[in-house]
Design a protein around this ligand. Structure first.
Ligand code: MUC
Ligand code: MG
Length: 366
């Protein structure tokens, strides 16, 4: 049963900050969640606060875990997942805090079964193709970044952050990548709601010939009519990300025509709700993209373990490499990206392993 839930704030700087239409990340001011059972098993998860996306902060994650969720959950058997979620549901919102507790508990479940989380969930494969998110920058800097990632890690799928004004800066970056890196590269764009519907349609027309695999959240889904016009008039799958952060929201977004593909982020739906979204999408023939919540290696390990479990989540490149932009990480056994692929860990659980010296150094609650 759950004996202890710790929420540990820490901060690690980014070597290369990520800029995008809804925000800017230059440090990982996250919360490490550690759940201990009465028989000494430990589950780990990383909680990345994204105030501009879900309203959570490092302080709010600490408060809601320490003051509300931990006291309500202590004593609950880890295997009673449905009961855990009945308890978590009593608190509205706070998706990232809930997801971290859920991931740590699945880490324990897999460790208890002495198997990998991937094998426990579905066991489809042991590796995922990697897609890297490229933030706002001048065309020359973006081309250098992509060249470097291609040379060092063999990455050949890129999600380009767009949504700037003037619009032509983004159009130029996308065209330059296609021109320099060729037709084989998987290229898609994410606007983080930066444009309106008319601007989005203008860009789709301007980039018609560069074979974008997806477009994501170009304009706010709250524009309703405008969003649906875009989704209906393009044959490029339109990914819902921040406009559909829960299984219910995904269901509604697909029914309403707010999007035609879905981003699953374990950082906000943990394993349990990610399974529910996978169920919806795989049953309905909807493309799934494994998204990045600007995750550390610990967070990315959870995404890789989940994604590798199923055919539908391992079909497309997964956004699991942006930890490469950080100065350091808590993960003791680093994720290796070779020839553009990241492998699951073969250790029981999902592979999160914390370097105790690094945690001591970066934690903020000393
Ligand atoms: C993404 O796909 O949008 C940026 C903000 C956020 O919440 O996630 C990232 C990446
Ligand atoms: Mg997105």
């Amino acid at each position: 049963m759950i004996a202890k839930i710790e929420a540990i704030p820490y901060c690690i700087d980014y070597a290369k900050p990520l800029r995008f239409a809804s925000g800017f990340v230059d440090k990982a001011d996250h919360v490490l969640v550690r759940v201990t059972t009465n028989n000494g098993l430990v589950g780990i998860a990383d909680a990345p606060p994204r105030p501009y996306t879900y309203g959570e902060t490092q302080e709010s994650i600490l408060a809601v875990i320490n003051k509300i969720m931990a006291p309500q959950l202590i004593g609950t058997p880890v295997e009673q997942n449905a009961r855990v979620h009945e308890v978590l549901k009593r608190t509205v919102g706070n998706n990232v805090a809930k997801a971290a507790i859920d991931i740590a508990l699945w880490d324990i479940k897999a460790k208890t079964a002495n198997t990998t989380l991937t094998a426990m969930l579905g066991g489809y494969t042991d590796r995922l193709q990697v897609a890297h998110m490229v933030g706002f920058a001048d065309t020359r800097d973006v081309l250098e970044e992509v060249q470097d990632l291609t040379d060092r890690y063999g990455i050949s799928a890129y999600k380009i952050k767009v949504g700037r004004r003037p619009i032509h800066d983004d159009i130029e970056v996308c065209r330059a990548i296609r021109r320099e890196f060729g037709d084989e590269v998987v290229l898609y764009i994410d606007g983080n709601r930066g444009w309106n519907a008319r601007e989005s349609q203008y860009v789709l027309k301007a980039l018609e010939d560069i074979n974008l695999r997806f477009v994501e959240e170009l304009n706010p889904a709250s524009e309703g009519f405008g969003r649906r016009q875009i989704v209906q008039h393009t044959n490029i799958p339109f990914v819902v990300d921040e406009s559909a952060p829960t299984p219910t929201a995904v269901w509604r977004a697909l029914q309403d025509g707010d999007g035609s593909a879905v981003s699953i982020k374990t950082a906000r739906t943990g394993i349990t709700d990610s399974l529910r979204i996978w169920g919806l999408c795989s049953s309905g023939g909807v493309d799934i993209v494994l998204g990045n919540q600007i995750d550390t290696q610990v967070g990315s390990m959870a995404t890789i373990a989940f994604g590798a479990a199923f055919y539908e989540t391992s079909l497309l490149p997964a956004e699991v490499s942006n930890f490469l932009d950080m100065q350091d990480d808590l993960q003791a056994e680093p994720i290796e990206i070779v020839d553009g692929y990241a492998k699951i860990s073969q250790r029981p659980g999902y592979g999160a392993s914390i370097d105790p010296d690094k945690l001591e150094y970066y934690r903020l609650d000393k």
